[in-house]
Design a binder for this molecule. Structure first.
Ligand code: UT7
Length: 365
């Protein structure tokens, strides 16, 4: 088995060390949304050579949510964004950032149409593409906009429609991924107040880009009618190798972030990792010496939702009252690229969000 590259501190300088003193991005709103359609393991087992037992044992996933035909990433992002703005008690932001692997179109970005549909016309709007690490990269980007004085308030949405890129006949991937969106609002504040995000560790390893990819549709392999194989059109992942990289990179990134924050694993009240696979979460928590009851997981009910996974897990935990003001929270993600990233924060007093699957109101049109 080839050994993994070294996992020392990332070459990427930590915004924590370069952020202007006295100005930080502070979490002030949180929400999530998953589409109503539930796809159970039993449903998948009826058309794929798999079983509820295999899926639960190997991944911890019991079900996932899929959008209806015709619904796209922006539809989910708008719903999560609207809820997050309500949670923050605001209807204005200076920037909208959408972290996604499944934009509505290759061009333009999805964030501007989301901003327009939320009545935020005129706000800066752009997408962040870092696959399942997208939310943490987006958090660092939003924090940078605020620290630099470019924005006072930012809406960051992680949203992915994996059902649009997964081959429904690929049993390895079709069982893992689900659709959803989670969002946070960040405002300018001080680095020492609860909710201040800082102490980031971000990294990448592009030499392993082929481990997780959609091969066709970009400038490298263009999409011409009749020329692209089914395999190249869909998401592919070398699951076993990715599993190994995920565990190593997430644990190393979490450690780097704790060191930057001058904290120890025992200071972490809630470890909120990207919900890739329950076995990955267990391995990372064990590596860090964290008991599993400190590890937040909603993978059983939503599967792996890519860039939406961390904000959805946070929303679920905050809605259930598991995460409370003053708790120390460590976020860690890993995804295609390869990419990884972590962030440490102390939880602020927030309006309690609803559960992501509570529909409450119609999907915004
Ligand atoms: O979110 C971005 C990062 N993504 C991840 O971190 C995901 C990382 N990878 C994983 O979660 C796991 O590797 C998978 C869930 C994708 C696969 O689990 P695994 O335990 O690594 O299984 P495997 O790929 O090593 O396959 C073991 C066996 C194989 O059969 P043989 O060759 O041993 O006969 C597979 O063909 O399981 C078979 N298999 C299945 N069997 C029933 C693969 N998928 C299925 C399935 N149902 N759905």
């Amino acid at each position: 088995m080839p050994s993994l590259p070294p996992t020392g501190p990332s070459a990427f300088p930590s915004p924590a060390s370069s952020a202007p003193q006295g100005r930080a991005a502070v979490l002030c709103g949180l929400a999530g949304w998953v589409p109503p359609r539930v796809v159970t393991n039993e449903e998948l087992s009826r058309r794929l050579d798999t079983s509820d037992t295999w899926i639960r044992t190997r991944t911890g996933i019991g079900q996932r949510h899929f959008v209806e035909p015709g619904q796209a990433t922006s539809d989910m992002a708008v719903e999560a964004g609207r809820r997050a703005l309500r949670s923050a008690g605001t209807d204005t932001v200076d920037a909208v950032v959408v972290a996604t692997t499944t934009p509505d179109r290759p061009c333009p970005a999805t964030a501007p149409v989301v901003a327009a549909r939320l009545g935020l016309d005129g706000a800066a709007a752009f997408d962040v593409s870092a696959v399942c690490t997208g939310f943490v990269y987006g958090l660092a980007s939003a924090a940078g906009l605020i620290a630099a004085g470019v924005a006072e308030r930012v809406l960051l949405i992680g949203a992915d429609t994996y059902s649009s890129i997964i081959d429904p006949d690929d049993r390895s991937n079709a069982i893992i991924f689900g659709d959803g969106a989670g969002a946070v609002v960040l405002r300018a504040g001080s680095p020492d107040e609860p909710g201040a995000v800082g102490h980031f560790d971000l990294g990448s390893d592009g030499s392993n880009e082929e481990m997780i990819m959609v091969a066709a549709g970009g400038s490298r392999q263009r999409t011409s009618p009749g020329e692209v194989s089914r395999e190249d059109r869909h998401f592919s992942m070398r699951g076993r190798e990715v599993f190994r990289h995920a565990v190593t990179r997430m644990a190393a990134s979490a450690r780097n972030t704790l060191a930057l924050a001058d904290r120890k694993a025992e200071d972490v009240d809630h470890f909120v990792p990207h919900q890739a696979n329950l076995r990955i979460l267990r391995s990372v928590a064990e590596d860090l010496g964290l008991p599993m009851d400190h590890c937040v997981s909603n993978v059983e009910s939503v599967g792996n939702t890519g860039a939406a996974s961390i904000p959805l897990a946070l929303t679920d935990a905050a809605a259930r009252g598991t995460i409370r003001p003053g708790d120390n929270v460590l976020l860690t993600a890993f995804g295609g690229g390869l990419t990884w990233g972590s962030c440490f924060l102390t939880w602020p007093a927030l309006a309690q969000p609803g559960l992501p699957h509570d529909q409450g109101e119609e999907l915004a049109s």
